[in-house]
Design a protein around this ligand. Structure first.
Ligand SMILES: Nc1ncnc2c1ncn2[C@@H]1O[C@H](COP(=O)(O)OP(=O)(O)OP(=O)(O)O)[C@@H](O)[C@H]1O
Ligand SMILES: [Mg+2]
Length: 168
């Protein structure tokens, strides 16, 4: 348990506009250079999709207007510097449904896999992952808590925090 805790890196930040959440995502996207699973957790309207759009932009996806939640197909794929897989599990009721959709392939795919409503499949998430917990603070304010699990994700959280401070 203790060891598991030590293997985490946490950073939290508040944003005060959708634009700021987008920029935070963009900064993270620009840092990604290898396959990464990003698990987004948080209520309706907390900004998960806004953040994903930013990450996609940072990964060089040409037009983030193409980035919309994949309501019916569950997974959208975008072409960026790395392949980008955007998963939205809002409509999923049982994690078994997700296993049927080729979950294993998805989380081991070479590219960046972003999962909205990842809390629905918490048991199926890979050990090495970047979690982003989003909370509603006020009409235009959100709190984002980044938890890096595994060496690469820890590095990302640390790097993101440092880069964000410099941008401010
Ligand atoms: N600081 C902020 N960061 C992100 N979004 C914000 C912020 N302030 C206000 N908003 C608004 O909150 C909404 C976030 O919507 P978004 O679709 O990204 O949420 P979501 O978490 O993906 O929801 P869902 O669970 O329905 O997929 C948008 O309407 C956006 O304009
Ligand atoms: Mg969404």
């Amino acid at each position: 348990m203790n060891q598991e805790k030590q293997a985490e890196e946490t950073w939290s930040v508040k944003t005060s506009s959708p634009d700021e959440t987008f920029r935070l995502g963009q900064l993270l996207g620009a840092m990604l250079s290898e396959s990464t699973v990003i698990a987004l957790m948080g209520d309706l309207g907390t900004g998960k999709t806004v953040f994903v759009k930013g990450v996609a932009r940072g990964l060089g996806v040409a037009d983030e207007r193409d980035v919309t939640s994949p309501t019916f197909v569950l997974v959208n794929e975008y072409r960026g510097r790395l392949p980008v897989f955007h998963v939205d599990l809002y409509r999923v009721e049982k994690s078994a449904e997700v296993e049927d959709l080729g979950w294993e392939e998805l989380i081991s795919a070479p590219g960046v896999t972003l999962v909205e409503w990842a809390e629905k499949v918490s048991k199926l998430l890979p050990e090495e992952r970047l979690e982003v917990h989003l909370e509603w603070v006020g009409a235009v304010e959100r709190k984002l808590v980044f938890i890096g699990k595994g060496q690469a994700a820890r590095g990302l959280v640390q790097g993101l925090g440092e880069k964000w401070m410099k941008e401010e």
